[in-house]
Design a protein around this ligand. Sequence first.
Ligand code: SF4
Length: 364
Amino acid sequence: MKHVDEYRSSELCRQVVNEIHQSATRCHTIMEVCGGQTHGLLMHGIDVALAGVVDLLHGPGCPVCVTPAEDIDFAIALCRRPNVTVATFGDMLRVPGTTISLREASSRGGNVRLVYSPLDAVQLARDDPAREYVFFAVGFETTTPATALAAQQAAHLGLENFSMIVSHVRVQPAMEAIMRSEASRVEAFLAAGHVCTVSGYDCYDQFASQYRVPVVVTGFEPLDLLSGILSCVRQLESGVAMVENRYERSVHAEGNRNALQVIDELYEVCDRPWRGLGTLQGGGFRLRDRWSFFDAVHRYPRTALPTVQPSLCRSGDVLTGRIKPTDCEYFGRECTQELPLGAPMVSLEGACAAYARHARQTAS
Ligand code: SF4
């Protein structure tokens, strides 16, 4: 197929839905680990079309949702400094830290700027050398190369007033944590297509065989999603657990070598706290020592604050697939898109926001 419309063909989608129904002898539990896929599955009604044969669980695939409260608290502390501006993406502004969000901090006088790319933050620093700019870098392997390039650009320009709060996370350790949990019901994973565009999928071979779990690299259009699910169902029905690529037009086994090279040049793997999952071994990236000049943690003292899970939010249960958003007693009541209690309702990629937007109802 050449055109994206073909991946939205209702006739082809119906055929694959029928194949899934015919292939499944029982209900299979499959988790997608990408907020974009969560929205796609609900927007196209795939969860409804496959009810009874596939139970879709929504994993920790929303980068803003898994950013820990302590990193947001640090960003808030920095934006309150008279000579510091914190720059970040729009989604990140609304996510609560321990008590308030960056947006609330801004409304109370904090210096916060919304940017659309890490290079925008570099440009702000370049245009205003008397002020210090801190970019709040969040996201999976997908966005990590862009922030690495921003630090390289800042170095190239000789900027001394630019730094980053690095809160980048790696997908695979989260999948491992889910599989190690005794409460996990996950039988197969749809691996995030855009993450795999960077990382490739060879890296999942050991994971799939160790946990005996199918991993199918999947895209975002309805036919992509259904093809990924069909591959999972076929593997589960035949007792196979292997890595498959159903997003061939974007993903190659070895990933994007240039992107991986720039990540490796600037970052090293580290343990990192995830909201709702705790600290994951190898769960994130930090700047290498030779790039620590651009690390806000090195530049500004980070006061240790008590970390409290904000409010009543059950984001940990949602992000690990233990419950669905509609199982949360606050969904649609105390927690709405207009007045969110937690990150999964705030972010455009959050599972709770997806259920609210696509009108999935509470169980009661
Ligand atoms: S519905 Fe709201 S309170 Fe419940 S888990 Fe989702 S974001 Fe948190």
